[in-house]
Write a protein that binds this ligand. Structure first.
Ligand code: SAM
Length: 329
């Protein structure tokens, strides 16, 4: 699948639910309204859409949300999808999770061919964790991460850089990830969805973060890529890797290889644009995949060149109205 700019689309991210057991300050409001069940693709429909993408050339599938591991039956979906790993059509099946359910599911995930997971973790301090996530408990997530490691899954920690919130912990996170053997990626906060707080107050450019890390750690740019937008450095002192995802300070769209499916079957060709294609209608209209395949190809043919996120005092509004939990971060 080639888009109009010649980029090969080989990566599908799927939000399997809009629900989450956390309410992170920068992601959701506390009183989010969730979608009615009838609008959500069933597990069978999710499998059908994902399988169509695999047939059309997707090599990497990432389940996200909301929190993917709180969707009832999600392990049955993962078991179904793992047949594409066995056949070799799919190179990687993975998840982005808040880690709250990993203690329960890590070994089953490993058994189904999942090799690595991204776990979102913004702080190592229990009270701060409770404050950021509103509903989360740090020990539960730490147990989940430990279970993932014990099951042989590679763990990458994703940390959103939040001004005045976790900026005093970046060195500690680098040291902890180094000790545990986890990669670490810092993410700039993106202007997505109304959250009832001033985005500009949270925004911390990663250029600043990197400059600060460089005062304590020896950082060397490396070529390592995971198929995502992160740029990596090696930390000499820990021999660990740190990635930087900088949608605002450095637009990464030129190498974009991905599209995103919501749990209602809406395909977004860009995280930061509103144009979308409905795949639920063709799925529900016919048991034969011809219309679904055609809808996918038509959508890829109008993938936009990129997003233009801006956060400053004049642009303290969401670039897109939907929350990250809708499109799946
Ligand atoms: N529940 C899972 C998790 O916590 O990883 C998956 C979904 S969550 C929406 C995916 C990632 O998006 C998390 O790392 C979260 O921190 C990040 N995220 C949410 N809203 C964001 C925003 N406005 N800007 C940057 N990252 C955001």
């Amino acid at each position: 699948m080639l888009d109009p700019f010649g980029r090969a689309i080989s990566y599908l991210r799927v939000s399997v639910t809009d629900r989450c057991d956390f309410r992170c300050l920068y992601c959701m409001t506390e009183d989010m309204t969730f979608l009615p069940k009838a609008e959500i693709l069933t597990l069978e429909e999710l499998d059908r859409v994902c399988s169509a993408f695999v047939r059309l050339g997707v090599k990497k599938l990432r389940l996200t949300g909301g929190e993917p591991l709180v969707r009832r039956g999600v392990m049955a979906l993962i078991r179904q999808l793992s047949r594409h790993l066995v056949s070799g059509a799919l190179e990687e099946l993975t998840l982005t999770t808040n880690g709250s359910q990993l203690a329960r599911f890590a070994s089953e995930l490993a058994g189904l061919g999942v090799r690595r997971v991204n776990v979102s973790l913004d702080t190592l301090e229990p009270e701060k964790f409770a404050a950021i996530t509103r509903w989360g408990r740090l020990d539960q997530v730490m147990n989940g991460i430990a279970a993932a490691k014990a099951a042989g899954l590679r763990v990458k920690i994703n940390t959103v850089a939040l001004k005045g919130v976790n900026e005093d912990e970046f060195d500690r996170l680098v040291a902890w990830c180094g000790d545990e053997g986890h990669d670490l990626t810092f993410i700039e906060v993106m202007p997505m969805g109304e959250i009832g707080e001033q985005r500009v107050e949270q925004y911390l450019p990663l250029s600043l973060l990197r400059a600060r890390l460089a005062q304590r750690w020896t950082l060397t740019d490396i070529d390592y890529r995971t198929g995502g937008p992160a740029r990596y450095v090696r930390v000499k002192e820990t021999n660990g890797r740190i990635g930087f995802i900088t949608p605002l300070t450095h637009n990464f769209c030129e190498s974009c290889n991905r599209v995103r499916l919501t749990c209602t079957g809406t395909l977004y060709m860009c995280l930061g644009q509103d144009d979308a294609a409905d795949l639920r209608a063709p799925v529900r209209a016919s048991e034969i995949d011809a219309a679904l395949d055609a809808a996918i190809l038509e959508a890829i043919a109008r993938k936009p060149k990129g997003h233009d996120f801006i956060i400053d005092r004049r642009h303290d509004r969401p670039a897109v109205a939907r929350h990250m939990s809708v499109t799946g971060g």
